[in-house]
Design a protein around this ligand. Structure first.
Ligand code: NAD
Length: 253
């Protein structure tokens, strides 16, 4: 990954943080854009000078633009964007508030739209780049109690594919990853909501998933890192507008 300058949104936690560490270890310069300053700064202390933290709200274009300009000043031309910022809540449809709709669609979908716009403007200036959007199995498979989240992640699919088509002949590739269950901070909270939905013990939720997934295991962080690395490397040079289902056989479209 030598020579890559990568922005990872949501990079203070979960998959974003794991990608940030891994990409720096492999030679990239990485900037994380996240609201969680404490976790972001801690990661920078751990990883060192090729990682930078920016307090950016992905729903605000000016903040994104300002931070990207600073990243390019510090590390060089932006080559790669990974959108991993996201929020998720499990609530019955009739109890899903407008506030939840606005927050979820703002962070998961509008945030992806805005960061892609800012990144592509820069990538066009210096000859291309690649974008990976974290969608979800919920971007393909409907799920009760997750209507709002599914709407945002189905949206990420349409956004990714349409941008991919528009910039396919300008050396910008845009793909997505659709993971099933990755046990991150997100699931630390979600397992209580899922337990309510199924009326099971929260501590049994992950075992429940393992039973239902054809491979009988959750997504390993290594699976996410492998997929992300593949999509931002030349090994996937003829892929754009595609999504990788990291679901252990649970969904095949
Ligand atoms: N964990 C899973 O099982 C799973 C499965 C499929 C898809 N996903 C998606 O993958 C992505 C990463 O998930 P994760 O499990 O690592 O999540 P996480 O909760 O561990 O991390 C998400 C990060 O996004 C940041 N964030 C939230 N709102 C923001 C905003 N407005 N601006 C900037 N940063 C913001 C949070 O501070 C947090 O650091 C998300 O988009 C999620 O929806 C997760």
């Amino acid at each position: 990954m030598n020579g890559k300058v990568i922005v990872i949104t949501g990079g203070s936690s979960g998959m974003g943080a794991a990608m940030a560490k891994d990409f720096v270890a492999k030679g990239a310069k990485v900037a994380i854009f996240d609201l969680d300053e404490a976790k972001g700064q801690k990661l920078v202390e751990e990883v060192g000078g090729n990682l930078a933290y920016y307090k950016v709200n992905v729903t605000l274009k000016d903040e994104i633009r300002e931070a990207v300009a600073d990243v390019e000043h510090k590390f060089g031309p932006l080559t790669t964007l990974v959108n991993s910022a996201g929020v998720s809540k499990m609530v019955p449809f009739l109890k899903s508030s407008e506030e939840l709709w606005d927050l979820t669609l703002d962070v998961n979908l509008k945030g992806t739209f805005l960061t892609c716009q800012v990144a592509i403007e820069r990538m066009l200036e210096h000859g291309g780049g690649e974008i990976v959007n974290m969608s979800s199995l919920s971007g393909k498979k409907p799920s009760s109690w997750q209507t709002v989240y599914c709407a945002s992640k189905f949206g990420v699919q349409g956004l990714t594919k349409s941008i991919a088509k528009e910039f396919a002949d300008q050396n910008i590739r845009v793909n997505s990853i659709c993971p099933g269950i990755v046990y991150t901070e997100m699931w630390e909270k979600l397992k209580y909501e899922y337990a309510k939905k199924r009326n099971i013990d929260p501590e049994k939720v992950m075992d429940h998933f393992k039973e239902t997934i054809p491979m009988h295991r959750l997504v390993d962080m290594k699976d996410v890192l492998n997929a992300a690395e593949f999509l931002i490397s030349d090994k996937s040079s003829y892929l754009t507008g595609q999504s990788i289902n990291l679901v252990g056989g649970e969904w095949m479209d």
